[in-house]
Ligand binder design. Structure first.
Ligand code: B1M
Length: 212
């Protein structure tokens, strides 16, 4: 089994200590940071998702996997951040109100930071008002919203409406992402773009700021 496969396996098993050791070994061996993220850490989480869906894994086990993933990401993050030059446009990001999922959002944040964005991460369960206040305070070029539940997808619409009502819509581009979303939904709620994954988000954000 390759070291990356062993890392994926350790994430799947929720083995914090193993994830830390293998991630560090991969970093020391000069493995590309993005390969560690995609082919090791995220590959492990990709085993978890269908098993959770099928009722073969339960919430505490999923949390152990998620925490293990986070431990590995902590180690690899500084190397991703050094990977590219800074452009320092500000990107405000949050998981919308009612939604506590943050694994994908955190990955997006990490990749954006690696692309030189100054990311203001509002966390999870972020109200429309908090997004509005963050736009006033940080004056971002882009606002990103994450939703993982079909019930919180529509909260994105409420948030965009609140941004419009506050007179701030023309100042920012809005990108949305999360597993249940799709391009037509993003268009319907008036977002500027749908990001299928973290890499797409970083590419779209970079394209947006290059036109500013
Ligand atoms: Co939740 N959960 N969960 N969960 N959970 C899902 C989403 C679910 C699909 C599982 C299932 O039943 N099949 C289901 C939603 C069903 C639905 O709405 N139709 C579900 C449910 C029901 C729930 C609870 C209601 C369960 C319960 O309590 N009964 C509950 C809700 C809590 C709440 O939010 N209020 C709940 C809780 C949890 C845990 C706490 C156990 C845990 C979250 C831990 C955490 O995030 N810290 C959890 C997890 C881990 C999952 C699954 C298994 C995995 C999600 C994940 O992290 N994927 C998930 C099943 C699944 O997705 N198949 C599930 C990995 C991650 C890297 O992918 O987030 O899609 P993803 O991110 C991608 C892209 O989508 C994109 O880039 C990322 C990386 O490439 N992206 C963005 C994401 N956000 C973006 C933002 C952007 C751009 C791109 O901004 C511009």
């Amino acid at each position: 089994m390759s070291e990356l496969n062993k890392l994926a396996e350790a994430v799947f098993r929720g083995d914090f200590a193993g994830v830390k050791v293998i991630t560090q070994q991969l970093i020391d061996a000069g493995t590309a940071p993005l390969a560690i993220v995609n082919d090791g850490l995220l590959a492990g989480m990709a085993i978890v998702a269908p098993k959770f869906k099928a009722g073969e894994m339960f919430i505490p086990e999923v949390m152990m996997s998620a925490r293990s993933l986070a431990e590995g990401m902590k180690l690899v993050k500084p190397f991703l951040s050094d990977a590219e030059s800074a452009n320092m446009a500000t990107f405000v990001m949050g998981t919308v109100k009612g939604d506590l999922h943050d694994i994908g959002k955190n990955l997006v944040v990490m990749l954006l930071e690696s692309g030189g964005f100054n990311v203001v991460d509002l966390g999870v369960d972020v109200s429309a008002e908090a997004f509005v206040e963050a736009i006033k305070e940080h004056k971002p070029a882009i606002v990103g919203m994450c939703a993982l539940l079909t019930t919180t997808m529509m909260v994105m619409q409420d948030t965009i409406n609140a941004i419009k009502k506050a007179g701030l819509r023309e100042q920012v581009k809005i990108l949305v992402g999360g597993a249940p979303l799709y391009p037509e939904f993003a268009e319907k709620i008036g977002a500027d773009g749908y990001c299928v994954d973290a890499v797409a988000c970083k590419e779209m954000a970079t394209a947006i700021v290059s036109k500013l």
